[in-house]
Design a protein around this ligand. Structure first.
Ligand code: GDP
Length: 473
């Protein structure tokens, strides 16, 4: 059942702070829904205009005045009026800019609750914008991603998605699928007469084109994910190699606990940093060794899982330990096991090793990997390491077609399912299967594409998406 409406529906009035809680020059409190202009009117007095009627005010007008509750003056504010359908939610809305203090905000919200608003759920304003057909689901998600973007590229991709480029592309695909599907379904209506409204050759041609386009989008996910989530990077190596120290150096803060005792990084730590527009999502894993304690063993288990999911593995060894050169064997194994990821060997503690250049060369030869010699503690060789990391992902994180890119796992899964359904339809076509079966596959492909933009979507999926938003968005 479609959840979206083309005519805006005004739901019950909601209120929330739209700016971060804390002390600031201003805080914005927004209210949306049926009767909010009356609610605002009940609390607001425009300066110098005793008979001012806020409920009759035009949309996009701002009024300076005061908000009063039962106990008297709450604050001086600007009330900005939006009239349905010209607002973020397409409902009537008022945004109050008040002074930015937690107690002021609490009083403002309290006054609004007493006047008939209820506290908004996370993402409820954007959810209403979606339900009222102002934006599709992809655009709603893009707004969330844009707010949370931590790198330039993540921000750019979200902006593109918010503009609706991917939405448009998917709508085109949907229309074409719909046409083919409608033809087949029409044939079924005339099944007695054995007619073909579209030659099977033509249908085949169309479906093959569709499949190729869906596949292109599916393939773009590899790049899109790196842009929006960052390059999944894990640091592995024996305890005490210096992994936490490097993590701290890269992140520029004391995030991981550095200690002399092997095995202090019991679980894993995940943090992001941006180098030349590329975002790296760094994970420091528990030391790779036979763990004696239960808790640590669990940490080691998770390390292996993280390595399995990584785009880039940084294998660190302690160059000051003579036996570290014996790790070449382990590194080669790593390279052969985790073929999906790029691997860089980091030879740490060059400050303690006298013949480090020779050792680095030996490592290069024995492992066949790129090797970066660094001193994590003294910050030496870090630039070289970063250059190497960037070059490893070059191409992977660059945009092919900046405007149309799949960045979310949800979209990727639906597109893959749509692609599979089209492939099934093609196979059925090749096997001269019944029209009904082919139409069924195309219908499900349509549903999968519709799932992405929100044309066909369950309440449950909406809850998952909007719960990730903050209150007031
Ligand atoms: P982890 O177990 O791999 O996370 O290792 P840590 O980062 O906790 O480091 C273990 C010890 O090695 C600490 O005492 C660090 O100060 C020290 N260390 C780390 N990197 C270097 C380095 O480049 N040079 C020297 N001399 N000591 C280092």
């Amino acid at each position: 059942m479609p959840l979206q409406t083309s005519q805006p529906v005004q739901e019950d009035p909601i209120a929330a702070i739209a700016t971060p809680l804390g002390v600031g020059a201003l805080a914005v409190i927004r209210i949306s829904g049926s009767g909010v202009l009356d609610i605002a009117q009940g609390l607001f007095r425009k300066s110098g205009h005793f008979d001012f009627q806020l409920r009759e005010s035009k949309g996009f007008t701002a009024h300076f005045g005061r908000v009063y509750d039962r106990d008297g003056l709450v604050d001086e504010v600007i009330a900005l009026v939006f009239r349905s359908p010209n607002s973020y939610t397409r409902e009537d809305m008022v945004e109050f800019s008040c002074h930015g203090g937690p107690v002021v905000v609490r009083h403002m919200l309290q006054a609004l609750y007493e006047a008939g608003c209820r506290p908004a759920e996370p993402g409820e304003f954007t959810r209403r914008a979606f339900i009222n057909g102002r934006i599709d689901l992809l655009q709603a998600e893009a707004i969330g991603e844009m707010i949370h973007a931590r790198s330039e590229s993540a921000y750019r991709t979200a902006v593109n998605q918010m503009q609706g480029n991917l939405s448009m592309k998917l709508e085109q695909l949907r229309q074409r699928l719909l046409e083919s599907c409608a033809m087949l379904e029409l044939e079924l209506d005339f099944s007695e007469e054995d007619v073909e409204f579209q030659s099977r050759g033509e249908l085949r041609e169309q479906l093959m084109q569709l499949q190729a386009e869906v596949q292109k989008l599916v393939d773009s996910y590899q790049h899109g994910r790196l842009l929006s989530e960052g390059v999944a990077t894990v640091i592995v190596g024996k305890p005490n190699a210096g992994k936490s120290t490097l993590l701290n150096t890269l992140l520029g803060e004391e995030r991981a606990i550095v200690s002399h005792m092997p095995g202090t990084t019991r679980d894993y730590i995940e943090e992001c940093f941006v180098h030349e527009k590329t975002m790296f999502r760094l994970t420091d894993t528990a030391g790779l060794r036979e763990a004696a304690e239960e808790i640590e063993r669990e940490g080691v288990g998770r390390s292996y899982k993280k390595i399995g999911e990584a785009d880039l593995i940084l294998y660190m060894l302690d160059l000051s330990q003579p036996e570290s050169l014996k790790e070449s064997e382990v590194i080669r194994e790593f390279r052969e096991t985790y073929t999906h990821a790029k691997l860089i060997v980091i030879a740490n503690k060059t400050d303690l090793a006298s013949d480090s250049e020779e050792r680095l060369q030996q490592l290069r030869e024995e492992t066949g990997c790129d090797v970066a010699g660094i001193s994590a503690k003294q910050g030496e060789g870090i630039d070289g390491l970063l250059r190497l990391m960037s070059s490893m992902v070059e191409g992977l994180d660059k945009l092919h077609d900046a405007s149309v890119l799949v960045t979310s796992l949800r979209h990727y899964v639906s597109l893959r399912n749509a692609g599979d359904a089209v492939r099934n339809a093609l196979e059925l076509l090749g096997a001269y299967a019944g029209t009904e079966l082919i139409a069924f596959e195309l219908r499900s492909a349509l549903d999968y594409v519709g799932e992405i933009t929100g044309k066909v979507v369950s309440e449950e999926v909406l809850n998952v998406i909007f719960d990730r938003f903050c209150v007031g968005k």
